[in-house]
Design a protein around this ligand. Structure first.
Ligand code: AMP
Ligand code: ZN
Length: 109
């Protein structure tokens, strides 16, 4: 999608602070963080929102969630964290490329 800001981040056309990347997903820091750690986990495949997923996306969705748990631990969110997926205008979605927010405060060691 040429006019999608998150696709542009995937294609490295615009910069982002990348936390993790593989062939199927990209994880980067939210540009306006609402917590000490605020990550966005996105599929590289352009999917407009959660409402646009199909049965074909089941494995991908599972991988995004599983990576969320791994990264939350890596970022020190061992006390817990919030995950959020805004879907559609009514759900407060502003960027129409499926993304999962991870928000939390690292636990001091
Ligand atoms: P949502 O309301 O769920 O669509 O959230 C979109 C999120 O994307 C917001 O928290 C924005 O701060 C974030 N965002 C928008 N543009 C960028 C960008 N270029 N780099 C990182 N995060 C962004
Ligand atoms: Zn996109």
């Amino acid at each position: 999608m040429t006019d999608c800001i998150f696709c542009k981040i995937i294609n490295k056309d615009i910069p982002a602070k990348i936390a993790y990347e593989d062939e199927e997903m990209l994880v980067f820091h939210d540009i306006q963080p609402k917590a000490a750690v605020h990550l966005l986990i996105i599929p590289k495949k352009h999917i407009t929102s959660l409402a646009h997923t199909t049965a074909e996306d089941t494995l991908l969705l599972g991988k995004l969630l599983q990576k969320t748990a791994i990264l939350a631990k890596e970022f020190g969110l061992t006390d817990g964290y919030k995950t959020q997926i805004n879907t559609g205008i009514g759900g407060g979605q502003e960027v129409f490329h499926l993304h999962l927010h991870v928000l939390g405060t690292p636990k001091p060691k």
